[in-house]
Design a protein around this ligand. Sequence first.
Ligand code: KG4
Ligand code: ZN
Length: 403
Amino acid sequence: MLGGVRTVTCHGRTLMPIPPDLRKYSQARRRPANQKLLEMTHLTLLGIETSCDETAAAVVKRRGPGDGAILANIVRSQLEEHRDYGGVVPEIAARAHVDCLDHIIAAALDEAGIKFHDLDGVAVTAGPGLIGGLMVGLISAKAISSVHKKPLIAVNHLEGHALTVGLTEGLEPPYLLLLITGGHTQLLIIHAAGDYERLGTTVDDAIGEAFDKTAKLLGLGYPGGPEVELKARDGNPDRFKFPRPMIGREKPDFSFSGLKTALRQAAQRIEPLSESDIADLCASFEAAVIATVGDRLDKAIAQYTSNNSFQESRHLVIAGGVAANKALREAFEVTAEKAGFQLHIPPPALCTDNAAMIAWAGSERLARGWTDPLDVPARARWPLERLTPSSTKDNHQAKDIGQ
Ligand code: KG4
Ligand code: ZN
């Protein structure tokens, strides 16, 4: 027992339950007057997340719009399995999900103090992500749905990140979203659950990928984001003048591959690298990322506020694993304040991959009556655009439309 909370182990490692301060989120509700009242029924959902290198299960109760509570949230990271390779190996990831998922689901139900029959639905990440891992989660969810006669909800992983602030702060759309993960870098208008408009995206690497590649190049650990952030704290951000890609362009797109190349060339020029060289490279890299993303944010904010109907909803949400970065959080607090926007970022443990966000997004869909058939496929690629039922069919057929 840890602090009265039962812990479970898998492969000899302890699975940490969510810390007590992240357990309950039932904040003040904010609902635009014109938004139709959603069904107020309490819904308890199991969420399953296996799209990359975290095996996760959670139980979330939705008590109404913008009113949710996390009853259990268990994440097992596969860091140990992938560390030697400096990145995620898809086949190893899928096998590790197979080994651990059942234990983790059982532990989540146990921690929430419920059984399968108490659930109102099973939400599972169906894409985008590594296809092997997605299939493991989806097959388990289908089995639970079929055996226990519970609705199945196939959730887009990005939708999970996008709607997390509804669970953590009771914030409801519309809002502007900066989505920054290991595979995606996008600016979106979240009009409503299921209704998303993309303003910009990356033309090459994703932001998290840029952090991970930088870390690998400098011989730091995996995943790279937290390592680069740690080193950057002691570094000089002005020592290296790295490019600020895309700055000034009207469309809020991103590009990070030039920055990565500039960093590699700078590192090669001063080899062998001392500890302070590494710190300066990381700090200069982070400064370039902040400058370029800040500029793209300004453009997206201008676009968002040009629509009169959003004047009352000046909310900027930042979500995804990279939003755990403290320097970025602080920099964009200033960006938001200057534009008269309120900034919302989930706590770090709910920025990185977890199943609570999947359960919550699933509950938003279930509350609207949007469920999925047992033959719903796993999708390695699945753009976050309109995900309302009328377009779900198209999405099922659209296999490779890019990110
Ligand atoms: O959202 P996420 O957990 O998984 C995906 O959906 O991709 O994001 C993972 C990414 C990784 O690239 C990781 O290096 C990055 O988020 N990340 C960070 C930090 N923590 C995680 N990047 C920068 N600073 C951090 N503190
Ligand atoms: Zn993610």
